[in-house]
Design a binder for this molecule. Structure first.
Ligand code: F6R
Length: 602
């Protein structure tokens, strides 16, 4: 994963790099570092295994030669090598002249390291990325041109990379990418390179995204090369990020803020999409004409969102659908009339990108993403933007709601457009969907009241079960995922009927069992089964439940509509349970351990 930034500015590079790294921390926060060229053409390398804030302090405290406006920075999610300062980027060659930041994986790093060590190079870290420094060092023995040196060593690398190479002797900066995102931007402030436009948005108006194989030098005039040959720069993309909204308002953390933003997010999306549902025009805008099957590809929360959207196709339109875990979706036989939804809020998830490369001949590939400029968006036949706005908390909350509301809207529109659902039925669905913002708001209010008492009861529990039936199962899955990633406690989800086929053995006195009570009558006997074994049943349902967060749905069941794929609002109490328990246990809810928001390794 990891986040990269580089700059070439007339004023000091340090504050730019540190500010951008703070915004890139979502990509990994095991360690962070910068390498800044000094006035004496040397390099100040400052690294920390704590957070970016402390890197800012290191830069301020620097007492060596004055620092210039040229530098590179990195925030790391560890793959190769432990979380130590020595393994933090930037890395350098034997001479200290070359510094490198890398995002991706060098698959043949072990082999290259052996060759380089045999040739006399000394390594200072365990990470794969360091080989690049020494390869450039070797290449510079053959040419004094950094651009040529970088270009000549690239064919030796296998894997994926976004790299920035800085030469302290000359101040030259070269960026190159293959399989990992990287963009460059030029503005009155200077030249910038970043993994994500959001990190540098406050200093730029537009940017260009590197294609695989591009090698770009940031100099007086930016030179763009591919395969050693000058190539026209890719089109300019206007930045729509604006300044990053990093304010917490009155919230304690971003997850709290993002949970609260869900009703407004759903309302905004619905306002935008609803007019195109019952007349099929939303679906027509994708350009997909014909399909007889649907496949959802994604990971984690995005895959759960796909499960909900798939239910709309199958339950309301009779279209078979399958959910494919992206990391396992190698070469699936999907068929030429299958529409594939690749769902990824970041649009940069390596498993998803690899899976879409392998889908073969399908009717169409739709990217459902929160980042229309992402690598996934560029690879898809059409892009469906889920317009969640920026989500900073690592645990997906409002992006899940946005994916579901957006995906369901397109699915309904598809069913109308292909004659599988009448416009009248679709309009009834739309009326139901218009209630989602209120349902979410009511769920937030009810959860904030009831969850604190639940947290007191389950604080010491080491394992949790999440149960659902029918459309509730996928929400149970999402609830269990949130609990695991935030509280670091075991949580598994099951279709409630499966319990007696094995997992019931886990239940003992006090075991917390969270039930997504979507009104399915058969749940009563499953609840009785666990209660009889002393389980602590936490029922998320209508009035009288432990958490009466589905009140509106329950008071007035929604026939055949949301009932087929809801209750969407059931995720809210499970998000709040996961967050509140995590806080009670002293966890960092915005940056859970070992995770990152953009998972760019397979
Ligand atoms: C869980 C979570 C992850 C992501 C998964 C896919 O809260 O955020 O499970 O959903 O890593 O990420 P994207 O959607 O960026 O492909």
């Amino acid at each position: 994963m990891c986040g990269i930034v580089a700059c070439r500015t007339t004023d000091a590079a340090g504050p730019y790099l540190v500010r951008a790294l703070g915004l890139l921390e979502y990509r990994g926060y095991d360690s962070a570092g910068v390498a800044i060229r000094t006035a004496g053409s040397a390099t100040a390398t400052l690294r920390t295994v704590t957070r970016v804030d402390s890197l800012g302090a290191l830069v301020k405290e620097w007492s060596g030669q004055p620092l210039t406006g040229t530098g590179i920075g990195h925030t790391r999610w560890a793959t190769h090598g432990a979380v130590t300062e020595a393994n933090a980027h930037p890395h350098r060659d034997c001479t200290g002249r070359i510094s490198v930041v890398h995002n991706g994986i060098i698959e043949n790093a072990d082999e290259l390291r052996q060759q380089l060590v045999a040739a006399g190079h000394e390594f200072a870290s365990d990470v794969d990325s360091e080989v690049v420094c020494h390869l450039v060092e070797d290449a510079l023995a053959e040419t004094d041109d950094l651009h040529a040196a970088v270009t000549s060593m690239l064919p030796r690398l296998a894997g994926s990379w976004a790299l920035v190479v800085m030469d302290a002797a000359t101040g030259r900066l070269i960026a190159t990418a293959d399989g990992s995102p990287l963009l460059v931007a030029r503005s009155a402030r200077g030249d910038f390179v970043a993994s994500d436009a959001g990190a540098i948005a406050e200093w730029i108006d537009d940017y260009r995204v590197l294609h695989d194989g591009d090698v770009v030098e940031l100099a007086e005039s930016v030179s763009w090369m591919r395969g050693g040959i000058p190539t026209p720069p890719p089109p300019v993309i206007h930045s729509t990020w604006g300044g990053a909204d990093l304010s917490l308002d009155h919230h304690a953390d971003f997850m709290d803020k993002e949970i609260d933003e869900q009703p407004e997010t759903a309302a905004r999306i619905l306002e935008h999409l609803v007019p195109g549902i019952a007349d099929g025009s939303l679906w027509r805008s994708t350009g997909v004409v014909d399909f007889n099957r649907v496949a959802m590809i994604g990971c984690g929360t995005s895959l759960n969102a796909g499960g909900v959207i798939g239910m709309v196709f199958s339950r309301l339109g009779g279209v078979p659908f399958e959910s494919l875990v992206a990391s396992e979706a190698a070469g699936p036989a999907l068929g030429s009339r299958t529409v594939v939804f690749a769902i990824s809020q970041s649009g940069e998830t390596a498993d998803v990108l690899r899976a879409v490369d392998d889908v073969g001949s399908v009717s169409s590939l739709i990217a459902l993403t929160n980042n229309p400029h992402s690598t996934l968006a560029r690879r898809a036949d059409s892009i469906v933007n889920c317009f969640a706005g920026r989500e900073i908390g690592v645990a997906a909350t409002k992006t899940f709601v946005a994916q579901v509301v957006t995906g369901v809207s397109y699915a309904l529109s598809a069913l109308v457009e292909t004659g599988r659902l009448s416009s009248a039925d679709a309009l009834r669905q739309v009326e139901d969907m218009r209630r989602i913002p209120d349902l979410l708001a009511q769920a937030i209010a009810a959860s904030r009241q009831s969850i604190p008492a639940v947290v007191d009861q389950v604080r010491d529990a080491t394992g949790f079960l999440y149960l659902g039936r029918g459309s509730g199962v996928v929400y149970a899955a999402e609830g269990a995922l949130k609990l695991k990633e935030l509280s670091y406690r075991w949580a598994e989800h099951y279709p409630a009927g499966e319990l007696k086929h094995g997992p019931l053995a886990l239940v003992e006195a006090g075991t917390p069992v969270v039930v997504v009570d979507n009104g399915d009558r058969r749940l009563a006997s499953n609840i009785a089964e666990v209660a009889a074994r002393g389980a602590n049943v936490i029922r998320i349902g209508g009035a009288g439940s432990t958490v009466p967060a589905l009140g509106l749905s329950m008071q007035s069941p929604l026939p055949g509509g949301i009932e087929s794929w809801g209750p969407l609002e059931s995720v809210v109490p499970m998000q709040i349970l996961a967050r509140d328990l995590a806080l009670a246990l002293g966890r960092d809810v915005d940056k859970p351990r070992n995770l990152a928001k953009s998972v760019t390794v397979e």
